[in-house]
Design a protein around this ligand. Structure first.
Ligand SMILES: Cc1cc2nc3c(=O)[nH]c(=O)nc-3n(C[C@H](O)[C@H](O)[C@H](O)COP(=O)(O)OP(=O)(O)OC[C@H]3O[C@@H](n4cnc5c(N)ncnc54)[C@H](O)[C@@H]3O)c2cc1C
Length: 466
């Protein structure tokens, strides 16, 4: 046993299973301290995630306590300054798992060099993906830009890998405190308490994630392919925030899915979605400029409109298009939105309202519990048509037809836009055609802020300019 104190730097890894860095720390040391660095700047536009983070820290700390491990939260303005100070201390070893974002990977390189220089024992482990980013490349060594060949290669590569021996976490001998001026998880909570509703829906911890995964596999995965596009059915797993914060490792998802039985079409489709997540992580690391701008440079000339009235109506779910409004209200109220509806509201913003996808990306970042730079930026650029392997810009979703196809009975709209509850099914996705004394458009529900056909034509004309 190493006499040093084992430090584990906790990032997106709130779990005990497949947490290689933490497991290694408890294997090598009698005394382990887990620390979380809270950098306010990062969470400036991630209000909803402040809630998930705060609860995750609280719940994880409780469980670590049972293993005689302390979890200490330190507020800092700069990771670099924090580590420059830390390496002046003696008598510790340090471990962490990778986060696949360009800034974190750059920081890792810096840390590895200073730790080596100071002769401090350290080890960095694979993060929450199936494969390492640089393991999946085309035969000529360049990155994939199209999903299907990427996933064919990535899946095969993963299946052929020899799985590492499963290790388990050990209880430490003695609990110690290591850092000064630590903060409580509550300090991270958003100032405004609009998130109170989240507490009724989500419980951010690993046990819940594993239970949800099992119930999805046992009850819903077989029909995933058929059901995943209907926002009012429990067709998808809703595991995304757990995956983002690492309460669930994607390798656990993979192995549990495969264990159930040989792959059926639902399982194959579900794992392909995990594949999209892998693809997005690969994209942002090979093309980091896409985190700030268009992957496809020709979109730099796109004539986006600045229209705060439209943008606000979209954010508030008051566009007059029921499926769009339902999605935006689901997002604000629950911190999550169904994938089909993310595509519809995204398309509406960039094509019907001609507002830059970056404005939508920023609002999603602030409201989504599952916000991840890779999937949000890639998702938005897919919708806008400027991403890698994206939906072409000229394919414009018709929000009325999308509603009628994927929310046929109107139940999703009725749940999130209660002012339309009394409308007959026939009118639920086009309330402007409903004439009734008890319902008045403009008073009970907004007029559509743009007319679909006009907006479509305008979008196509704007696209011609690039
Ligand atoms: C505009 C837009 C923004 C998005 N922003 C995010 C984001 O910030 N974070 C995020 O995790 N996902 C994002 N997505 C992808 C997708 O909408 C969510 O992952 C999915 O809705 C989560 O619900 P679920 O867990 O029930 O998914 P399931 O259908 O059960 O899928 C299982 C898991 O696969 C992954 N996944 C599923 N679909 C996708 C996809 N299209 N792209 C990448 N990964 C996927 C997620 O980790 C998900 O939890 C975005 C999509 C769009 C169109």
């Amino acid at each position: 046993m190493n006499k040093n104190i084992g430090l584990f730097w906790l990032r997106d890894d709130f779990r005990f299973t497949k947490n290689e860095g933490l497991i290694e720390a408890t294997t090598n040391h009698d005394q382990v301290v887990v620390f979380y660095l809270y950098k306010k700047e990062i969470y400036k536009y991630q209000e909803a995630q402040k809630w998930w983070l705060s609860k995750s820290l609280f719940n994880f700390r409780k469980q670590l306590n049972n293993l005689n491990i302390t979890l200490e939260i330190i507020e800092t303005n700069s990771f670099k300054i924090f580590f420059d100070k830390l390496i002046e201390k003696k008598g510790f070893s340090i471990y962490w798992n990778k986060v696949y974002e360009p800034d974190y990977l750059k920081l890792d390189k810096y840390l590895l060099s200073i730790l080596k220089n100071k002769n401090i024992n350290h080890k960095i482990f694979k993060g929450n993906t199936l494969n390492e980013i640089d393991e999946i490349k085309k035969n000529d060594g360049t990155p994939f830009k199209v999903f299907t060949p990427f996933w064919r290669t990535a899946e095969k590569y993963y299946i052929e890998k020899i799985p590492p021996k499963e290790k388990i976490i050990k209880k430490c001998k003695k609990k110690i405190n290591y850092f000064k001026n630590c903060i409580d998880p509550d300090k991270i909570l958003p100032k405004k308490n609009w998130f109170k509703n989240f507490e009724k829906i989500w419980f951010p911890d690993e046990q819940t994630a594993l239970k949800e995964l099992q119930s999805f596999i046992n009850e819903r995965i077989t029909n995933y392919s058929d059901q995943r596009n209907f926002p009012n059915r429990p067709g998808t797993s809703k595991l995304s925030p757990f995956i983002k914060f690492g309460q669930l490792h994607v390798q656990t998802i993979w192995s549990q899915c495969i264990k159930k039985k040989s792959k059926n079409i639902g399982t194959t489709k579900f794992l392909t979605e995990i594949g999209w997540r892998e693809f997005n992580h690969s994209l942002i690391n090979y093309f980091p400029y896409m985190l700030k701008g268009n992957y496809s440079k020709k979109f730099d000339k796109f004539p986006w409109l600045k229209n705060s009235k439209f943008l606000n109506a979209w954010k508030k779910g008051l566009t007059g298009y029921p499926i769009v409004d339902a999605g935006m209200r689901e997002l604000y109220s629950s911190g999550w939105m169904h994938n089909r509806v993310r595509m519809i509201v995204g398309s509406f913003l960039v094509k019907h309202l001609l507002i830059n996808w970056k404005d939508g990306e920023k609002y999603f970042r602030n409201c989504l519990l599952d916000y991840s730079p890779a999937s949000n930026v890639a998702g938005w650029q897919w919708v806008a048509g400027c991403g890698a392997d994206a939906a072409p810009y000229f394919r414009i979703f018709n929000p009325i037809l999308q509603g009628e196809k994927f929310d046929k009975e109107g139940d999703y709209v009725k749940k999130w836009v209660p002012e339309l509850k009394s409308l007959p099914k026939k009118f639920i996705h086009k309330p402007w055609e409903f004439i009734d004394k008890k319902f008045q458009l403009g008073r009970d529900y907004p007029h559509p802020i743009v007319k679909h056909e006009d907006a479509r034509e305008k979008a196509l004309n704007a696209f011609k300019k690039i």
